[in-house]
Design a protein around this ligand. Structure first.
Ligand code: GTQ
Length: 349
């Protein structure tokens, strides 16, 4: 028997056993390169202007109460209809108009918010409100009650990133509505930041969640930190100055499934090539520049959004001082011992 006949025979066998819900590993995997990740997701960008127009239109056709969450979902072009920005992360832009409430509920997904516009709205998380300002980073831990309200005269828009694709994949989705549109407030504004976010912890503090007990990281503080650090002039070849939001009680990522970062690229920065197994959603805060991802060049400016799939080589460049916020699935990977990254000069690069 020639080897080609053998392969035909194996293919016939493989197809036949398919009817019995069986597969031959050596046939199904033939020719598939498993030496490195090949994310089916693609690099993508959304200019804020176009997105903002559609969001305004959404504001005309549906109320926040009707929609429950009035969100335009950023779908990876490789996964139309799946409401995924990357393999593991959901992202969307949420609009709450003056006087509106997004009703209270809770779910097993964790949410991260990054405020883009608006100054007189708040979100309530497990009994405490936090007021939202552009650049603020806010956590809604899994199974925490949350509702949003806009008490000002201008729209509020923020980026939502949730671990929904992962929580779906694990068959662990639960969801519950609160018996009223808004939850009862049981703590004064600023309580969590005073209690956990001022370099202090209550004596005898015991965590009751894997999430950071601080649920709001004001931009006024994080932006000032970047500005102070630039004076040291120590720039990473790939990341410029990239800082990670942490759980101050543990030093761990701010949430168990998603990491968040704030990054400064000085004007003229021309970054080195970098790749990492995590997938990343970027929201541009300030400045203009571009990110080359494989054979794509993504030009970006204030409020634009873009995604970098896992293990896609990329490099950032900034024409002006640029501040970038990003969220990734790094914690899901590091906790399983799977995370890797690579830069020029690494032994394996
Ligand atoms: O604000 O609670 O974009 O539950 C998707 C699901 C936002 C929210 C989203 C949600 C929310």
């Amino acid at each position: 028997m020639t080897s080609e006949q053998g392969i035909d025979e194996q293919a016939v066998f493989h197809n036949r056993i398919g009817a019995h819900n069986l597969a031959a590993l050596w046939v199904g995997r033939r020719g598939v390169d498993l030496t490195r990740p090949k994310s089916p997701a693609v690099a993508a960008r959304w200019h804020y202007d176009g997105l903002r127009e559609e969001l305004a239109e959404a504001g005309h056709i549906v109320t926040a109460q009707e929609a429950f969450r009035r969100v335009l979902v950023l779908e990876n072009p490789a996964f139309p209809g799946e409401m995924r920005a990357t393999n593991t992360l959901y992202a969307g832009l949420q609009l709450v108009l003056p006087g509106e409430i997004a009703p209270c509920h809770r779910h097993s997904q964790t949410a991260i918010r990054f405020v883009i516009e608006g100054t007189e709205a708040y979100t309530s998380v497990d009994g405490e409100r936090t007021w939202l300002h552009p650049g603020d980073f806010v956590i809604t831990p899994n199974w925490a009650w949350h509702d949003h309200a806009n008490e000002g005269n201008a729209p509020v828009v923020w980026l939502d990133v949730l671990d929904t694709p992962l929580v779906d994949f694990l068959d662990t989705v639960f969801r519950e509505n609160y018996p009223a549109p808004q939850q009862q407030i049981s703590r004064p504004d600023g309580d969590a930041n005073a209690r956990y976010g001022a370099g202090l912890l209550p004596v005898g503090y015991q965590a009751n969640s894997l999430n950071s007990p601080v649920f709001s990281y004001p931009f006024a503080q994080t932006r000032a930190a970047l500005e102070a650090l630039r004076k040291a002039g120590r720039w990473d070849d790939c990341h410029g100055l990239k800082m990670q939001y942490i759980n101050p009680a543990t030093g761990d990522f701010a949430t168990p499934t998603m990491a968040a970062f704030l990054q400064l690229l000085p004007a003229g920065f021309d970054g080195a090539l970098y790749r990492t197994t995590e997938s990343i959603i970027y929201s541009v805060v300030e400045g203009r520049g571009r990110t080359v991802i494989g054979d794509r060049t993504i030009e970006w400016g204030p409020r634009d959004l873009f995604v970098i799939p896992g293990w896609h080589g990329h490099r950032h460049a900034a024409d002006e001082d640029a501040v970038l916020f990003s969220v990734s699935d790094q914690p899901m990977q590091t906790k399983l011992g799977l995370w890797r990254d690579e830069r020029p000069g690494d032994p394996t690069a």
